[in-house]
Write a protein that binds this ligand. Structure first.
Ligand code: GDP
Ligand code: MG
Length: 666
């Protein structure tokens, strides 16, 4: 097998990682060679890749191709005299503008270069995004990204080194402006040195490169007078030295290039500073809580203003679907029984819950935005301080905030708390945080009775949950868990702009669970309710005489003081223990979504006051069965039963209190 031999040079600014790349490439078998004529060491090593033996020379770090220093002299001599097959320009990609200067000079010289963007880890950490496609389009040379210190991208670099490079586009040129270009053109025409692009030679000569001048002299060309003339003419126009002007043009070009190809997602330090300033307001001792409440209020405005029109559409669709399927089933010889199961039971029950998909998805969206932006952590921080002042453990509020989505992950999140006492205490109050499963109930009732102030009303229920959680925790603490509270140090990530993709993914992850629930547990419940509403045989569907009517009637008297003492409400609350969405599903199944629609029926059997009492009851009266099971798993049966018991009592007392007191005023 014939071996190809390549000789390549590594070059770049000092500290761009050349030696690191060198060692990675050569696997540490590098031997250090003293090069004749100079005192500074250059390292030479070898590596084998495919059928290619590559000799690698690590040159000293330089900033440009001029020859002001010994290092520059060595690097330049090597590049110009030894003529390596390829030059790998290693740049610190986190500092591109400065690092690319040398690279553009080499590119102008017509050398066969590879651009190695090293330190990509730092680039990522700084939140910088480099568009290599644009860089490639402009430079037309292979570009390889590496993290040399970790060995990442080294294989790709080897690949690029041994690849027959389709000779670079060669079209790269910096436009130095009409005046300078004119003179470059003049010199270019009379110059001819094999192996170097005339344009580059002309530029070097204008920059006062004496070595190039000597070389042209040796070749018998006397371009000196032309160069001097050009220089003189140019420096009359320019108000500073020509060399400086050329450097300036190059940096101007790079600066434009950087703007084009680099975007900064964030800058950590800058971000922290901005975050600090925002926090001075958002975490302010007095403003913190009002701002938090304001945010919550805005959140519900957002959820309903945007969600309701879509919900209305789904509601109309479900009504139509219910009517047309029952009509269709009967028309094609299906029994009345089947038609009732499909239209009353399934479409009525599940459909009435699905109507609330829009506000639920929007709520998840809003929560995802608050979380991603960093505000959620602040909300916890603000409440933390408040709770701490009440002698409660601040760390509780994070699981509590999580409980807004679903109580179960909130309960599990208490595992991060060190003190078992505080942990149980927090678990006991998390069910008071209104999870999204309860949102359909509020949306239905607030929409039916307080359409103008729907956002306010739902906000008040959520707020009630938080306030109750704090009061209840304070009481339980005094009763069962005496002891001191430990201060908490909370992480406050810098604020940042949430990404659309990120929040949409979050919204979908949580929202799809809701849809899944609708297809499983809620569906199961409404079918069961439909069955109980149809039995015993011959009874009128969903009448008081049906099985479900009898079950509901048993509970109704207990609910009467709270203002909703009819059997349907009893059934709804009873089945709501399985999953809170079922409360709405039950009404949907029992009252149907056809004709008048659920909202209208609700308006007939509730008053605004009893509706509000019912919402409060739904918030508090018991954690759902899955939450109770989770409490049991995280603590024990005793606490699980206690959580269920106290919440039933509290819910009933509060609903009754609201209704009875309210009756006096309204
Ligand atoms: P040279 O002066 O160009 O030869 O640079 P060196 O190879 O001596 O590297 C300079 C410093 O940068 C060393 O501390 C390396 O460990 C570090 N370094 C090299 N490559 C990387 C990289 O990809 N990422 C990071 N974070 N550090 C690197
Ligand atoms: Mg080095």
């Amino acid at each position: 097998m014939k071996e190809k031999k390549l000789k390549i040079a590594l070059t770049g600014n000092p500290n761009s990682g050349k030696s690191t790349v060198f060692n990675r490439l050569t696997g540490g078998y590098a031997h250090v060679g003293n090069w004749p004529g100079v005192t500074v060491e250059k390292k030479e090593g070898k590596f084998q890749f495919r059928d290619c033996e590559v000799t690698v020379v690590d040159l000293p770090g330089i900033y440009s191709l001029s020859s002001h220093s010994i290092d520059e002299q060595i690097a330049r001599d090597f590049i110009m005299k030894e003529k390596p097959d390829k030059i790998v320009v290693i740049v610190d990609a986190s500092n591109l503008e400065r690092n690319l200067y040398l690279f553009t000079q080499l590119l102008e010289s017509g050398a066969n270069v590879i651009l190695n963007l090293n330190m990509m880890d730092i680039v990522k950490n700084k939140g910088i995004v480099i568009d290599t496609k644009i860089l490639f389009e402009i430079f037309g040379v292979p570009i390889v990204e590496t993290v040399a210190s970790k060995g990442e991208g080294i294989e790709e670099l080897k690949e690029a080194i041994v690849n027959e490079s389709k000779k670079t586009k060669g079209s790269f040129r910096i436009d130095y402006g009409d005046d300078i270009e004119l003179e470059i053109g003049r010199i270019e025409r009379i110059i001819n040195l094999t192996g170097y692009p005339p344009r580059w030679l002309a530029i070097r000569l204008l920059e006062g490169d004496r070595e190039i001048l000597e070389m042209t002299k040796k070749e018998g060309k006397n371009v000196e007078s032309q160069v001097l003339n050009s220089k003189k003419r140019l420096e009359e126009h320019l108000n500073h030295e020509l060399e400086t002007a050329l450097v300036e043009k190059r940096y101007a070009f790079l600066s434009g290039l950087i703007k084009e190809s680099i975007s900064k997602k964030y800058d950590l330090l800058e971000q922290l500073e901005i975050s600090d300033r925002i926090d001075r307001i958002l975490l302010n001792r007095y403003l913190g809580i009002p701002i938090f409440l304001g945010m919550m209020w805005l959140l519900f405005q957002f959820v309903f203003t945007l969600g309701n029109p879509i919900s209305d559409g789904i509601k109309i669709f479900m009504g139509w679907l219910g009517e047309s399927t029952s009509y269709g089933i009967e028309r094609f010889g299906g029994s009345k029984w089947l038609s009732s199961l499909v239209s009353d039971g399934i479409i009525g029950g599940v459909g009435s819950v699905l109507v609330f998909l829009p506000p639920i998805f929007l709520l998840f969206l809003a929560i995802a935005i608050l979380e991603a932006s960093g505000y959620m952590a602040r909300a916890a921080f603000v409440m933390d301080r408040f709770m701490h002042a009440l002698g409660l453990h601040g760390k509780s509020f994070i699981p509590m905030v999580m409980g807004f989505g679903c109580n179960i992950p909130g309960i599990m999140a208490t595992r991060t708390m060190e003190s078992q006492k505080d942990r149980i205490l927090t678990i006991l109050v998390i069910p008071l945080m209104s999870c999204t499963a309860r949102l359909p109930i509020y949306t239905l009732f607030a929409g039916a009775f307080f359409a103008e102030n729907q956002g306010w009303v739902v906000f008040s229920i959520y707020l009630l949950g938080i306030i109750l959680a704090i009061i209840v925790a304070r009481i339980f603490k005094g009763l069962f868990f005496k002891g001191e509270v430990f201060p908490l140090i909370m992480e406050l990530p810098p604020y940042c702009m949430p990404t659309l993709k990120g929040v949409l993914i979050h919204m979908w992850e949580r929202g799809s669970l809701f849809i899944k629930k609708a297809g499983t547990i809620i569906l199961g419940c409404v079918v069961l309710i439909w069955l109980l509403a149809s039995l015993p045989l011959g009874v009128e569907y969903a009448s008081k005489e049906s099985l479900i009517g009898q079950i509901g009637s048993f509970f109704a008297p207990f609910l009467k003081p709270a203002g909703f003492g009819f059997w349907q409400a009893g059934v709804a609350l009873l089945f709501g223990i399985l999953a809170k969405e079922v409360v709405v599903g039950t009404f949907g199944t029992l009252y149907g979504v056809k004709e008048a629609g659920l909202t209208n029926v609700i308006q007939e059997v509730f008053t605004p006051l009893s509706a509000y009492a019912f919402m409060v009851m739904s918030l508090i009266y018991i954690p759902c069965i899955a939450a109770i099971a989770t409490i049991k798993r995280e603590t024990n049966w005793k606490w699980a039963l206690f959580a269920a018991g106290y919440s039933i009592l509290l819910g009933w007392l509060l609903a009754t209190g609201i209704y009875q007191v309210g009756k006096i005023f309204f």
